[in-house]
Ligand binder design. Structure first.
Ligand code: C5P
Length: 221
């Protein structure tokens, strides 16, 4: 694949509800980077699996080839059922292979109006954008993540008990970390950001300080 030269690439891996999406959005705004939440693609396919009797690799291929960012913003992708389904289908190597090209194209050939890209997910540093300029592993304690997700569901008027959210996140963590293809793990060269006790702002300041330092040295700021 051809890669656009001299772009800023930011790769983020994290377990669910650790705050990676929030930080990725802040990064994309601050540095004018194209943002892709890769989990949304798996959620989109997870929903396809739940709603389509004729679910097949062919269907996934066809749908993914027509996917646009607007589709990925659909609120129906935010439910717990869809998240669980996404975690199941994402174990499948054939499905992962289908979405890789799309993701890597977003990372390495972002629309020209952007200075680069920021992607978050589970295998961004380990598989998708191994040579990213910035690599962050964002995490937080399970109970803290479950609480955050529980409040997000409340805001969306989705009634789901805290205990169920906790259980679902625990299961997804396990499945995402133990699976054979693209498991979630922290690489040695990625910077650990633990958001358990950090506010969104404090977390972003940490990331911004790291990025500004390197971009300044490279003459990118
Ligand atoms: O990030 P989010 O919670 O929306 O992701 C939903 C599911 O999609 C995850 O639990 C994971 O199984 C899968 N996923 C993945 N690889 C990524 C992003 C998400 O397997 N890069």
């Amino acid at each position: 694949m051809k890669k656009r030269k001299n772009i800023i690439t930011v790769a983020i891996d994290s377990p669910a509800a650790a705050g990676a999406g929030t930080q990725a959005k802040l990064i994309s705004k601050k540095y004018n980077l194209f943002y892709l939440d890769t989990g949304k693609i798996y959620r989109y396919i997870g929903k396809l699996k739940l709603t389509n009797k004729n679910f097949s690799y062919e269907l996934v291929k066809k749908k993914v080839s027509h996917i646009d960012i607007k589709t990925l913003r659909n609120k129906s992708l935010l439910t717990n059922e869809v998240a669980i389904s996404a975690s199941k289908i994402s174990k499948d190597k054939k499905i992962r292979d289908i979405v890789h090209k799309f993701q890597q194209n977003c990372a390495y050939n972002p629309p020209l109006k952007y200075r680069g890209s920021v992607l978050d997910g589970r295998d961004i540093i380990t598989v998708q954008v191994k040579d990213a300029m910035f690599k962050f592993y964002i995490t937080a304690r399970l109970e803290v993540r479950a609480k955050r997700r529980f409040y997000e569901y409340q805001k969306l008027k989705k009634r789901i008990p805290y205990k169920e959210v906790l259980k679902s996140l625990r299961n997804r963590d396990k499945s995402d970390k133990k699976r054979k293809y693209g498991p979630l793990k922290k690489t040695k060269d990625s910077i650990l950001i633990n958001t358990t006790k950090l506010s969104k702002k404090a977390c972003f300041q940490k990331i911004k300080a790291i990025m500004d330092k390197k971009l300044n040295i490279n003459g990118n700021l």
